[in-house]
Design a protein around this ligand. Structure first.
Ligand SMILES: [Fe+2]
Length: 309
């Protein structure tokens, strides 16, 4: 029996103007600022996680510099370390963490070059609970990969994900959670970020959030629609530095009785791109930004530590 991560706690992004990005994620995207430690700005949703977004100073192009998974306990972190270590040597041993949300965990790099962490025993908030118009947490990250078999095997074997559904373009992976999927892989020629999805507490919050984004000069790049396998309502945007972000809600809740389906099952009629049949196709801009956010270079600061937290 494999140990399993429980889902995504947070991401870290490097931005050329962290203060400007933080203003957007606070005033428009509706996260809340938690603290500024050194040059890193931490922002939270309404879930109990200490933060869901950490913004650092970019010393090159903007980048997704880390994805952090949640583990159930320190002993789960230790067991997950051995699982991960069996599949990569770009992996540090678990230790007490002194920055950000603290806790106990380790960093590692996956075969496509993305930096990750697994943490537990974190100093989280005691207040939590959904609030209208405010993201709760990050519900999934979608990565583009040129090597689906390798990337899938790593998620399943090293991290305990369950392959839960597959369409012609996407593969969905369920963490140890009722949420349908926490990781999604897209079949593409190069490794890049597809998008990061922030969960809203209800449908109206997704819709009003999309309106708020339009009001602030961030048009919808794809949506509003409803996905097939994961069942969620979606609206996609290009955030600061065109970082690809999604508001989503009503994610399908599943248990072990859920029957995964393949690409033949999850098909739309020609020309349709969502369950409702209302959304237009991706904008040209959305297609362009799909090529922009590659795994961070490990040779230049601040990413020279690569897999290490
Ligand atoms: Fe998504």
């Amino acid at each position: 029996m494999k140990d399993r991560v429980r889902g995504i706690r947070s991401i870290e992004i490097a931005m050329p103007d962290p203060a400007r990005a933080a203003r957007f994620y606070r005033d428009v995207w509706n996260l809340s600022e938690v603290e500024i430690a050194g040059s890193t700005i931490y922002m939270r949703g309404t879930a109990h996680y200490h933060h869901v977004l950490a913004i650092t100073q970019a010393h090159g192009t903007p980048a997704l510099t880390r994805i952090t998974y949640d583990a159930a306990s320190r002993s789960a972190v230790d067991r997950l370390y051995h699982q991960v270590r069996a599949h990569t040597d770009r992996c540090e041993p678990p230790r007490e963490l002194t920055s950000g949300s603290r806790g106990y965990g380790f960093g590692f790099t996956d075969p496509d070059g993305w930096n990750f962490a697994i943490v537990a025993d974190v100093v989280d908030h005691t207040d939590q609970g959904p609030r209208p118009d405010r993201p709760t947490t990050i519900t999934h990250v979608n990565l583009n990969t040129p090597d689906i078999p390798r990337a899938s095997a790593f998620l399943i074997e090293a991290l305990g994900f369950r392959l839960i559904d597959e369409t012609q373009a996407l593969i969905f992976f369920n963490a140890d959670s009722a949420d349908h999927s926490a990781m999604v892989l897209s079949k593409t020629p190069i490794a890049t970020l597809n998008h990061v999805a922030f969960e809203m507490p209800d449908l109206d919050s997704v819709m009003r959030g999309a309106g708020r984004m339009k009001d602030h000069g961030y048009p919808i790049e794809w949506g509003i629609g409803r996905h097939g396998p994961s069942g969620n309502v979606f609206a996609y945007f290009a955030g600061p530095e065109e970082f690809p972000i999604e508001y989503t809600g009503e994610v399908r809740q599943i248990d072990s009785s859920y029957k995964p389906q393949g690409a033949e099952y999850w098909r739309w009629p020609p020309g349709r791109a969502d369950e409702w049949g209302v959304t237009s196709p991706h904008t040209e801009r959305w297609k362009r930004i799909q090529t922009m956010f590659a795994p961070p270079k490990t040779t230049a600061p601040p990413h020279e530590l690569g897999h290490r937290l």
